[in-house]
Design a protein. Sequence first.
Length: 304
Amino acid sequence: MFKRIALFLATNLAVLILLGVVMSVLQNVFGIRLGNNGAILVMAAVFGFGGSLISLLMSKWIAKRTTGAYVIEQPRNADERWLVETVRRQAEAAGIGMPEVAIYQAPEINAFATGANRNDALVAVSTGLLGAMTKDEAEAVLAHEVSHVANGDMVTMALIQGVLNTFVLFAARIVGGWIDAMLNGGRESRGPGVFYFVVVMVLDVVFGILASMIAMAFSRYREFRADAGGARLAGREKMIAALKRLSLTYGESTLPNQVQAFGISGAVGHGLSKLLRSHPPLEERIQALIDAPQERSSGRTVVR
């Protein structure tokens, strides 16, 4: 569990540090001064949003490559036919385009959804899920993932990450400039010194951890929303039963870091590590469904 969290953080921080180094080089090449806060903000936004939007646009391709997912184009058996038809029915009820449906090899009970467009997404389930869950439970998991797509969670996460990346890159350089100026006694200098780059790199890491906490807080919130959407599409009892079944392998995930936050089963955290967890505790998700008021269905279901 700790290794997965550490790797997740390391990946995000490595991206921020790399962007920071590139920004610092460009500052010197193009002569952008530390005092030019507007230029630094623009550059931070370009790099901050650029990285998250590129990741979003490549999310389906990356997910397929990293998981080795097999996309069902022509169902080969009854199980594959059931998967495709279930997702098709749920997508129509949720008012989105038909996602691609895929299966990937993994021992744990898991599934994920990703894609830059809610009308051209990918929903994938693990072989472990297909072997351990009943049809009703699997239907609820598919509904949970279709709800993620209908709610636009992938796009929202990318935008939030872009804002946070921008804040990290900008704030680290502004604070680094203040510290560098104080050490120089407020005197004008020709440009940032070596100490400035060291301070900025440290601040990139510190602010990056804080940004990850904010991103994970939203990730936990959207899990409750997707559970509620899954309950509306498949039925509350089916959704509760599916979450209970997840306890068999909960906290285990072989999903790559790029799509791990979009899996239905997330890492289990303790103490401060809870702040860096993408999923709420399983018992809280089940209780939220139990406590939710019953909704009467009238015609087409709209996932909110």
